[in-house]
Design a protein around this ligand. Structure first.
Ligand code: TYD
Ligand code: MG
Length: 455
């Protein structure tokens, strides 16, 4: 008898990050969460074949014979998104759009084809019904005549339909809801996510159809999903922003066809996302002129530059001994910086309480923050407000010298993009070329900084 014996076995999945294990564990080794294991029966035995993409008949060819014409790019109709991608989406590329739930991934990816009806688009949704997508599309406006909606989660059917429709652009919302029947685990698990992405990458490369893949990132960090995909896909765009605010930052954190020092700012309105061409409008409401004790730091978070506010309050000590407190910053480092200010620049802060706070509840370890900390402290001490369009990136040494920081150029680019007019850096900082739109002020030590800033 030639029947395939179907067996079942138990696997354990972490309900937090989706990793799978052959036995129960109290703590998930991947994400570190406790008590998140759930048992699941899976069918073993003969597996269906992997989702196949029809062969292209390609053969290895000498590199010298490869034509070097520029990649074929398609405009997505949004100047900001096109710029982030390096001048439009490259044909046959797989773009991952990540972000927390509710930040606007589905909105943006539906809005793009609606405002560019020249592109035949296939929008595959595994999260919403066709009706829900229709309602959203009505709200967003635009021309829906060339936009096809398909509610499906099985990758085999999706690729079949994609070949049938032959769109100019395919959007898959989201990687966590899709599954390949060839992989045993449930949709959203690490192995499924990888397989779905790999299948879409093959599809994009073989068919030449660009694919935008949406992926959720959890609040705690990007564990189950986009992070593990970053090396598979061609481009990673990441949505950031506070859900309560209307502004959203879309950042390119990986781009095989362009620069990653780019970001675009959007505003969530009643009719979708609006491009904010001048992002400094995002920062201005937070900086009323005449506010002393604040300084903006251009910092790097991992590999990504961003700007945030350092706040300091300096007041005469009322309880005899001066208090020093820091939120989001190492208090020992604060004490060191205060000692440098006292010994190397003659500022008497020994009898002052100093409170330091990093805006937005951030925890900062980047030494480039030193300069902004010193400026915020001096600004509060002298009740002198630093102009709102100035920012800082420099490390302070024990002798009061200002040291260069990594990737100063990218910080300057980010600051210029956000509308800043001046950035203070170490005089030892090397820039490849002159930066347009932002003045680079090089300072060697604290006295030079004070002369340049508080003159
Ligand atoms: P959504 O795009 O579904 O987020 P994601 O796909 O990243 O999970 O929704 C983003 C939020 O934006 C949602 O809470 C509703 C809101 N929204 C608007 O304010 N205006 C709009 O026009 C739309 C479509 C959504
Ligand atoms: Mg969505």
């Amino acid at each position: 008898m030639a029947t395939v014996a179907k067996k079942t076995k138990s696997l354990w999945f972490c309900s937090h990050c989706g990793n799978e294990y052959s036995k129960w564990m109290g703590r998930c080794p991947a994400c570190g969460e406790w008590n998140t294991m759930v048992e699941k029966e899976v069918v073993t035995g003969k597996r269906p074949a992997a989702v196949s993409v029809p062969g292209s008949g390609r053969k290895p060819q000498p590199l010298t014979e490869v034509s070097t014409s520029v990649e074929d790019r398609i405009s997505l109709g949004s100047a900001e998104v096109d710029r982030l991608l390096g001048g439009g989406i490259v044909q046959g590329s797989l773009v991952l759009m990540g972000g927390e739930p509710g930040i606007g991934k589905s909105t943006l990816s539906l809005q793009l084809p609606l405002h560019r009806p020249e592109l035949k688009t296939l929008y595959v949704t595994g999260e919403e019904s066709v009706k829900q997508v229709k309602m959203r599309a009505d709200r967003l406006g635009g021309d829906a005549s060339n936009c096809f909606i398909y509610s499906e989660t099985d990758m085999t059917s999706i690729l079949e339909e994609a070949q049938e429709v032959a769109p100019d652009l395919m959007i898959v919302d989201s990687v966590q809801t899709m599954y390949c029947p060839s992989v045993e685990s449930t949709a959203g698990s690490v192995s499924q996510i990888k397989e779905v992405a790999a299948t879409l990458l093959r599809f994009a490369k073989e068919s030449g159809i660009p694919v935008i893949l949406i992926g959720h990132i959890t609040k705690e960090g990007s564990i189950a999903g986009p992070k593990i995909l970053e090396h598979i896909v061609d481009v990673v765009l990441q949505f950031e922003g506070e859900n309560r605010g209307a502004y959203r930052v879309l950042r390119s954190i990986k781009n095989r066809f362009g620069s990653t020092a780019e970001l675009a700012v959007f505003e969530m309105t009643g009719t979708g996302l609006r491009e904010v061409a001048n992002p400094s409008e995002m920062l201005i409401p937070m900086h009323e002129e005449g506010l002393s004790g604040t300084a903006i730091c251009a910092m790097l978070d991992g590999n990504r530059p961003f700007l945030f506010e350092v706040q300091a309050l300096v007041s005469s000590a009322v309880y005899g001994t001066a208090q020093r407190s820091a939120t989001g910053f190492d208090v020992r480092r604060l004490n060191m910086l205060l000692a440098v200010l006292e010994r190397r620049a003659g500022f008497k802060l020994g009898q002052k309480d100093v409170f330091l706070n990093m805006a937005g509840g951030l925890r900062i370890t980047d030494p480039a923050c030193d300069l902004a900390v010193i400026c915020a402290v001096l600004s509060s001490n002298f009740d002198y407000s630093i102009p709102a369009n100035v920012c800082f990136a420099g490390e302070v040494g024990l002798s009061g010298e200002i040291r260069p920081v990594s990737q100063a150029e990218r910080r300057a680019v980010e600051a210029a993009r956000l509308g800043f007019k001046r950035i203070f850096v170490s005089s030892y900082t090397h820039f490849d070329r002159k930066r347009e739109g932002i003045e680079i002020v090089k300072v060697a030590d604290i006295p030079a900084l004070v002369r340049a800033l508080f003159k």
